[in-house]
Design a protein around this ligand. Structure first.
Ligand SMILES: Cc1ncc(COP(=O)(O)O)c(C=O)c1O
Length: 367
């Protein structure tokens, strides 16, 4: 099981499972931008050598100022964290919700963070027939949006790739709920300014938006994310956060990647081209591909293949290709996998490996 520690991209576990050196895998199990990191990261790494003997800025002022400019919001509306993962944990600890509603399937960390503080989770199941779109019945929403309860949702959602229309979030707020929108993959969306709730989060005391910098800029090792909300609502988070949670290298790299607008434009162009191409290739070999606004695709394995998600993951792993067994997401069964979208050459490799595994006469040799 490659998700032994709960996530994709675990090359060390893959190395142990398949006896192939970590660097030789083509990794479709975590969703990094294959064009990254931007070239400025190397310069930041060199500059860092002279800073390692100093404490990081505890208030992350340089990076907050750049983020504030980018989103046209006040610096006081931003708290930077050690990856979006830290901020999911932190906002749940700050809000201490008794009841949290999740529309499943969604990122596991939401439920985990809530259970860690002893909160209850109410799950609403999104329907495969509707491509896992945020279509939930009014009774479910009203029951869950009772004043004081918390909704955590991803837009685009992981693993489905579906965006949530901002009007749905506004209606939850109007019913009195607290809402945390995880926009970890929003940088990949061309009309981000219409679909992101960052601006509104600075005006509404029950709305918070979390962003990750690790996916779009391909810097998962450095851990960087931020949360946007009203300054007054964010003060509890600041109090709960471990001092110097964001190290100085992460701050420096964060500032440098935000200066590279050419990288951003190139990344959007790449995805606009590669997503429809890969979707068509995968549909050709029998997968049902969920429509996605992000840089990954949720796939349903064709029945004729006679393979479960874990079996297919094993077969692909033996061939040096890592995919995500999506049956581990609550709300999905053993027929689902998730793959990242990469460069054309790697995508071709993915399709070729799938073709080998899905051949009816293939002996799969599952141990
Ligand atoms: C939807 C979603 N939110 C948050 C995170 C955490 O991101 P980070 O690397 O910034 O901690 C992930 C990581 O996979 C994710 O998929």
């Amino acid at each position: 099981m490659l998700e032994r520690y709960g996530h994709g991209g675990d090359l060390r576990t893959a190395e142990e499972a398949f006896g192939i050196p970590a660097q030789q895998f083509v990794d479709f199990s975590s969703n990094m931008n294959p064009l990254g990191p931007p070239s400025g990261v190397k310069k930041a790494l060199h500059a860092y050598a002279d800073m390692i003997d100093q404490y990081p800025d505890p208030a992350v002022r340089g990076l907050r100022s750049k983020l504030a400019q980018r989103h046209n919001i006040d610096e006081q509306s931003i708290v930077v964290g050690n990856g979006a993962a830290e901020l999911i944990d932190l906002i749940v600890r700050a809000l201490q919700p008794e009841l949290t509603t999740l529309a499943i399937p969604c990122f596991d960390e939401y439920g985990d963070a809530v259970r860690k503080i002893g909160g209850a989770v109410y799950e609403i199941k999104l329907a495969a027939e509707n491509h896992f779109e945020w279509i939930i019945n009014a009774e479910d929403v009203c029951a869950a949006a009772a004043a004081g309860s918390l909704f955590i949702l991803g837009s685009p959602n992981n693993p489905t790739g579906q965006l949530v229309d901002p009007s749905h979030i506004r209606s939850l707020l109007s019913m009195g709920a607290y809402v945390v929108v995880d926009e970890a993959f929003m940088d990949f969306v061309p009309d981000e300014s219409r679909l992101s709730l960052i601006q509104e989060a600075t005006q509404h005391e029950r709305l918070f938006v979390i962003r990750s910098m690790t996916k779009f800029y391909s810097i998962p090792g450095i851990r960087l994310g931020y949360i946007v909300g009203m300054p007054r609502s964010l003060s509890v988070l600041r109090r709960l956060q471990v001092p110097w949670s964001v190290n100085s290298l992460a701050q420096l790299i964060g500032e440098s990647v935000l200066e590279d607008s050419e990288f951003e434009e190139r990344s959007i162009r790449w995805l606009q081209q590669e997503r429809p191409w890969l979707t068509a290739q995968l549909e050709d070999i029998g997968f049902v591909v969920n429509p996605s606004a992000a840089n990954y695709l949720l796939l349903r394995i064709p029945k004729s293949a006679g393979l479960s998600a874990s079996m297919l993951q094993l077969e692909m792993g033996k061939r040096g290709v890592l995919i995500r067994d999506a049956s581990r997401f609550s709300g999905l069964d053993h027929t689902y996998i998730r793959v990242a979208i990469k460069l054309r050459e790697q995508n071709v490799q993915l399709v070729a490996a799938f073709k080998q595994c899905l051949q009816p006469n293939e002996t799969h040799g599952v141990k």
